[in-house]
Design a protein around this ligand. Structure first.
Ligand SMILES: [Zn+2]
Ligand SMILES: [Zn+2]
Length: 293
């Protein structure tokens, strides 16, 4: 008797995954069932298959329904269109720190469990070194491989949404509420905001709610963990953390950007992982056509 054919195994479209992720710049990433899965060959679209269990035949949910669930989970994440195709497979590290950051995110994605608090990851490094790609790859893995729900937000855009909510009589909790309860939340571009008292209170409230609920949060920021040494004319370097004069925002550390209270909370919640690398957005990278952030 011939072996039952593993459907989709040889599909040139999806490589057997059963789904395809579409990239539309300006719109969040969306996945859909691959053409090879349009009419499920296992259950004939009934959603059930009969399996032998202890001498009797019982109905079992077909794997295509799990696939549909995982696709829906991915479509709810809000992965930005520019990194819609980002995965661990498409992240090719150029530096040791990028390889370490990829390993940290992959490790996180594999180990994270919904039934206990998990330590998150905070990626820090200059723009264009792959932080957003790694956040997207992590959330994609969680959705499609584990069925774990998550959300991606860019912090500045979240603040704009909250401000817009005020003018339409919606309280900030209407927006923060769902983000406070999703199993995994990724907050990108942390520290890019102006750092007003109100902005900090929104961030504080969001991460405190998540921390208190034992939920996992991932972060990415352009700001370094340690204060940036400022060269002085004598050739010595001084650290300027905590100084009260206005410094060039580009030179600030994460702690200066978000404040001490939030910074120490971030340390409690996350492992800090540094990324270094050329700026691909500016320099381009030979041999890679996909967009990369
Ligand atoms: Zn296919
Ligand atoms: Zn099926």
């Amino acid at each position: 008797m011939p072996e039952p054919r593993e459907s989709g195994a040889a599909c040139p479209q999806c490589g057997g995954a059963g789904y395809l992720v579409e990239q539309v710049v300006g719109a969040a990433a969306r996945a859909r069932r691959c053409g090879c899965q349009q009419a499920c060959p296992r259950c004939g679209e009934t959603g059930y298959v009969m399996v032998q269990a202890g001498g009797t035949r019982v109905a079992q949910i077909c794997t295509c329904r799990h696939l549909d669930q995982r696709i829906a989970t991915l479509n709810a994440v809000g992965i930005p269109g520019v990194v819609a195709l980002a995965s661990f497979e498409t992240f090719r590290p150029w530096s040791q720190s990028q390889a370490r950051a990829k390993a940290a995110c992959e490790n996180f994605a594999r180990q994270v469990r919904a039934d206990r608090p998990n330590r998150g990851v905070l990626l820090h490094g200059k723009p264009g070194c792959g932080k957003t790609h790694l956040l997207a790859a992590t959330l994609r893995y969680l959705a499609l491989e584990k069925g774990t729900s998550s959300r991606y937000v860019e912090f500045m855009l979240l603040l704009s949404d909250i401000r817009a909510g005020f003018s339409s009589q919606r309280g900030h909790l209407e927006i923060l509420g769902p983000l406070s309860s999703v199993p995994v939340l990724a907050i990108d571009e942390l520290g890019k905001e102006r750092g007003t008292e109100w902005e900090r209170s929104m961030l504080d409230e969001l991460i405190s709610r998540r921390y208190n609920a034992g939920l996992t949060t991932l972060f990415a920021t352009n700001y370094p963990r340690d204060p940036v040494p400022v060269p002085v004319p004598q050739g010595r370097a001084v650290h300027t953390a905590g100084r009260d004069f206005q410094r060039d925002a580009e030179m600030m550390s994460l702690e200066e950007r978000v404040g001490q209270r939030i910074y120490s909370r971030l340390n409690e919640m996350c492992d800090f992982v540094a990324l270094e690398g050329p700026d691909y957005r500016k320099d381009g990278e030979p041999g890679r056509g996909s967009s990369w952030r």
